[in-house]
Write a protein of this length. Structure first.
Length: 400
């Protein structure tokens, strides 16, 4: 059976179906990959824009608050006294209100730089309202150095040993000379929650461990009742995130190498869900890339729609190929196989001595031409047999 033309045609149709199915599978996989990359880029753009909007609006809010505080006589007097107890009494109620209403997590008071110092690297702390027991230390930080040097409002992201904070600082002056500096800050965690509300995507903030202090980080996590995740990643630290699935917020590349527009990552399948991942860098007040915001978007609906379309397309092609194959086999049987078998039957009868069986062309096509040629051959063969019989005086059946 495997030598028959019909079998070969069926095999060819089957192979064609397999190739078509594989081609469709490849096409839909490419279509899904393209769609996933597009959705990832959209998610990165949306999250990056939302992050920038939240950063800008928060900085504007804290700047307005600092302008009001720096003009407050009680605040100015407490700052000039450099007395942490007095500063605490002045700011405690306001701080609770700011934290509850605006998400302010830091309010710090700073001494002025030493007289005549032109390029201070930092400032000495008078009071941290959120952690009043920690004061009196000298802190070197970009934002502190800039506000002391520039004597004007400074706002921007600042990475400390325990996390990333948006800080706004202003000098408070009396007669053209600084009596101290006021600082308000907002932890990045509230940023991510605001961005999530805007975009609907899950987010996480990664920073290089080189900028962090393990001991301080461990202490802070313990005080907050959170798991110490310092060893979860080899060289990066997940500082904040909006999802419990922190294992998905992994990036093995270098933050410094990330393009400003962000970088799409691979699609992740977890259970029945399909998620796309992307990451974009964030810069501190001096323009240095200090971290990366991870974006996680659930595209399960799009994935299932693509897979459903893929299955339907393959089933459609299978049905179409089956119908087309059946039609082709039937037509081939009628136009070729049956006519060839008729010629074979005539040839067999002629060889058996039935010289009167004729081949009548059944159509004006290639097989019809072959039938005509075969009939001419049959007639020539019959004539040759007749001539032989007459020459030998036999009847072609072994007798005289």
């Amino acid at each position: 059976m495997i030598r028959t033309i019909r079998f070969k045609m069926i095999a060819l149709i089957t192979v064609s179906f397999v190739v078509a199915a594989l081609g469709l599978g490849w096409y839909f996989n490419r279509l899904f990959a393209t769609s996933a990359a597009r959705l990832t880029r959209e998610s990165i753009r949306e999250a990056s824009a939302a992050f920038a909007d939240v950063e800008r609006s928060s900085a504007e809010l804290m700047s307005s608050m600092l302008a009001a505080l720096s003009a407050n006589p009680e605040v100015r007097a407490a700052l000039a006294s450099r007395d942490p107890a007095r500063a605490m009494v002045t700011s405690q109620a306001l701080y609770r209100d700011y934290r509850a209403r605006f998400g302010i997590t830091h309010w710090n008071w700073w001494e002025p730089e030493a007289a005549g110092e032109m390029a201070p690297k930092g400032l000495r702390n008078i009071l941290r309202v959120g952690t009043p027991d920690m004061h009196g230390d000298f802190v070197e930080r970009v934002t502190l150095a800039r506000v002391a040097r520039e004597r004007q409002l400074v706002s921007g992201l600042d990475l400390g040993f325990t996390g990333l904070v948006l800080r706004s600082l202003v000098p408070v002056e009396d007669g053209g000379r600084p009596i101290g500096y006021l600082e308000l800050g907002k932890e990045i965690g509230s940023f991510l929650k605001d961005v999530k509300r805007t975009s609907g995507n899950e987010l996480g903030l990664l920073v290089d461990k080189a900028h962090m202090d393990e001991k301080k980080w461990t202490t802070q996590r313990a005080a907050a009742g959170l798991k110490n995740n310092w060893n979860d990643l080899p060289d990066k630290l997940l500082v904040q995130n909006t999802t419990d699935e922190s294992d998905l917020l992994r990036f093995d590349g270098k933050i410094d190498d990330l393009p400003d527009e962000g970088q799409p990552l691979e699609v992740v399948h977890k259970g029945t869900r399909a998620l796309v991942r992307g990451v974009f860098p964030i810069r501190d007040v001096s323009g240095v890339k200090i971290g990366a915001v991870f974006v996680l978007r659930d595209i399960t609906a799009a994935y299932e729609e693509t897979r459903s379309s893929q299955v339907q397309a393959i089933l459609g092609v299978a049905i179409l190929m089956a119908l087309l194959g059946a039609v082709l086999v039937a037509v081939f049987h009628i136009l070729v196989v049956r006519r060839l078998r008729s010629m074979i039957n005539v040839a067999t009868r002629v060889v058996g001595g039935d010289f009167d069986r004729q081949i009548v062309p059944s159509a004006n096509d290639e097989i019809g031409e072959f039938e005509t040629l075969f009939e001419q051959f049959r007639m020539l063969f019959v004539e040759l047999i007749g001539h032989t019989q007459r020459a030998t005086g036999t009847d072609g059946k072994g007798g005289r």
